[in-house]
Design a protein around this ligand. Structure first.
Ligand code: RI2
Length: 308
């Protein structure tokens, strides 16, 4: 898929999930580089900038896309000619995608250790990383039960329960408003992440913060399963995370409510760090309070470069 097609598929959610959109962005830039015909360095850099812009405009909240795109173009400006630049982009993209896939596996192995035989788990929306934790625990022979939320309006919960059922996991679908009532039975909550801020707040699918509050109330553990490329460098410098709002047609059919009624359709919400027991990353389990240190270490000298 070319850059425009990839951006359109991310926007209309044919490609969705914070990790998947990051890998799709990297892959689109790799294809753009592989198929590039010209040999003027400045023209290439201008065209690359446009391609990055098209991808980054597709969805505003998940920093994974931003980090995937920037990891793919890292070092390009230091290259002498277009041949070197396109080769670097392809190799960066390959490395990013490989690391991203490995991270999911590591997180699965680390997170599964938090699951005990007989545990009841809740998850929200459709996170490939949270699902990897649950499936790894199940493959280890642990007897588990999973409650998965429907996740209106896109109902990604249907993907989640289908995936878990294929694996053979004892899975129950619940409507979003059943979260607090069901939480009484739950030992652990595993959710994914779209973005994690420098002070450890989680930005994830709308409704995630309700699971966190209900888990806190009933003393269930609340775990965030997140690769470190979902940590947002921009938040280090004070930027707020833009919460995507999608079309109201996702919530109501035309004419279903009086025209004077306003409909609000935010896609993500923010869970404060105090409700998060741990963030499970490819670097290990960490507290939300450790995110700042990890980000600064990972950025290294690049912290002095423009990341905003
Ligand atoms: P993985 C999804 O966003 C959900 O919010 C999910 O928790 C998050 O991405 C992380 O997904 P959307 O694309 O990277 O459905 O863990 O809006 O697959």
């Amino acid at each position: 898929m070319n850059v425009e097609q990839t951006a359109a598929s991310i926007k209309d959610m044919t490609i969705r999930g914070a990790g998947k959109i990051a890998r799709a962005g990297a892959s689109a830039l790799s294809d753009f580089a592989a198929g590039y015909k010209g040999n003027d360095r400045e023209t290439f850099l201008g065209d690359l900038e446009k391609a990055k812009g098209i991808l980054l405009e597709s969805r505003p909240t998940a920093v994974s896309l931003w980090n995937g795109v920037h990891a793919t173009v890292r070092g390009v400006e230091d290259m002498r000619d277009v041949g070197e630049m396109t080769a670097l982009i392809q190799s960066n993209a390959e490395t990013f995608i490989e690391n991203s896939n490995n991270a999911i596996r590591f997180i699965g192995e680390i997170g599964a250790k938090r699951v005990k035989d007989g545990d009841v788990i809740m998850t929200h929306c459709n996170s490939s990383v949270a699902l990897e934790v649950i499936k790894t625990a199940f493959r280890q022979g642990k007897d588990i039960k999973v409650y998965a939320t429907e996740s209106r309006p896109w109902r990604q919960g249907i993907l989640t329960v289908t995936d878990l059922a294929k694996e053979g996991v004892d899975t129950t679908l619940i409507i979003d408003s059943a979260v607090r009532s069901v939480m009484k039975k739950v030992n652990e909550v595993f959710v994914g992440a779209d973005t994690i801020t420098s002070h450890g707040a989680l930005i994830n699918k709308i409704g995630t913060s309700q699971l966190a509050l209900a888990a806190n109330e009933s003393r269930a553990q609340f775990y965030v399963c997140s690769e470190t490329y979902k940590f947002s460098p921009m938040t280090l410098f004070g930027d707020r995370v833009t919460i995507e709002e999608r079309d109201i047609s996702e919530v109501v059919r035309e004419g279903e409510v009086p025209s004077s009624v306003k409909v609000f359709n935010p896609v993500f919400d923010s869970t404060p760090p105090k409700y998060i027991d741990a963030i499970i990353t490819e670097l290990g389990m960490m507290s939300p309070g450790s995110v700042y240190d990890v980000m600064v270490k990972q950025l290294g000298d690049r912290i002095f470069q423009k990341v905003i």
